[in-house]
Design a protein around this ligand. Structure first.
Ligand code: ZN
Length: 293
């Protein structure tokens, strides 16, 4: 399945069409994406029938058009991984950890796959990441069953303001990665069965068309099922929760000289088989137009 959040309502993509899930299901599922994740298993069954053209009579496809939002816009928990690609860990001078190093991105930083992101003062860096959306509740799940608790995958950016993140003596990982707009995800949620090998996806990002990161998720230190197992051994993973799986090498702060995002920069982020996000960075206070100063 391929799903999208269109104007805050869950839509199922069938061919070139986007079907509004709530209308097509007679209000059984949705309209909000968060409600769909809470009923993930029964929704999957209904969606499989809908894909076979067995939508309930009278509830034919209602073409959904509008603005694409984050596929899971109201997660109760957002997990993010530090140092989860060997090449990135090496570039930072750390050895890859023997257990996942986890922080959070606060949910108010979430935004959709296209549009403008405001740069706060400081050094804002890019981090393309594969993002997992949890479907079925996970608690003490074995790695072998990890994928069964995943609703799907999407593209994400873990935007980071490096001065605050590495402030001495008070580093602030979670706050530095939670300015408004710092957690874009999208454009679609793709269920793992849609992908040839969900454990080996190419991903990358470009600044003004120039590739700056490119890797494969097979290079993750802790892959998706292992992360579900390790995290769910400590706390429950809830439907709609997000898991930012970490970024590969190529971030701007580790370049020589360092390079950070500037107003006007175009940031393109992609995961093969899922899609592409496009954002334009903008200065905190765009100059007023049409006014004499
Ligand atoms: Zn990250």
């Amino acid at each position: 399945l391929r799903l999208a959040n269109i104007d805050g309502r869950m839509a199922l993509l069938i061919g070139d069409e986007a079907v509004d899930v709530a209308r097509a299901s007679g209000d059984r599922f949705g309209p909000e994406p968060a409600v769909v994740y809470d009923q993930w298993d029964t929704f999957r069954e209904w969606a499989a029938d809908a894909m076979d053209g067995r939508c309930p009579p009278g509830a034919g496809p209602a073409p959904a058009t509008g603005i694409l939002g984050a596929p899971s816009p109201r997660p109760r928990q957002v997990f993010a991984l530090a140092l989860n690609y060997r090449d990135h860990a090496r570039a930072t001078g750390f050895t890859p950890p023997d257990r996942p190093s986890v922080f959070t991105k606060f949910p108010s930083s979430l935004t959709g796959p296209y549009g403008h992101i405001t740069l706060p003062p400081g050094d804002v860096d890019w981090e393309v990441e594969l993002v997992v959306v949890i479907g079925r509740l996970a608690r003490h799940v074995a790695a072998a069953d990890g994928w069964a608790h995943v609703a799907g995958l999407t593209v994400g950016q873990d935007l980071s303001e490096r001065r605050l993140q590495f402030a001495d003596p008070t580093p602030q990982f979670s706050l530095a990665k939670s300015f408004p707009g710092f957690s874009p995800t999208g454009p679609y949620l793709v269920t793992p069965d849609e992908l040839d090998d969900p454990d080996d996806l190419a991903l990358g990002c470009l600044v003004n068309g120039e590739p700056v990161q490119q890797a494969r998720t097979s290079q993750l230190v802790f892959g998706v099922p292992e992360l579900v197992a390790r995290l769910s051994s400590i706390l429950p993973l809830l439907p709609g929760d997000l898991l930012f799986t970490g970024t590969p090498a190529g971030v701007g702060g580790l370049r020589n000289p360092p390079r950070f995002l500037q107003p006007g920069d175009q940031l393109t982020s992609w995961v093969d088989g899922i899609g592409e996000m496009r954002h334009q960075l903008q200065a905190p206070h765009p100059p007023a137009v049409g006014h004499d100063v």
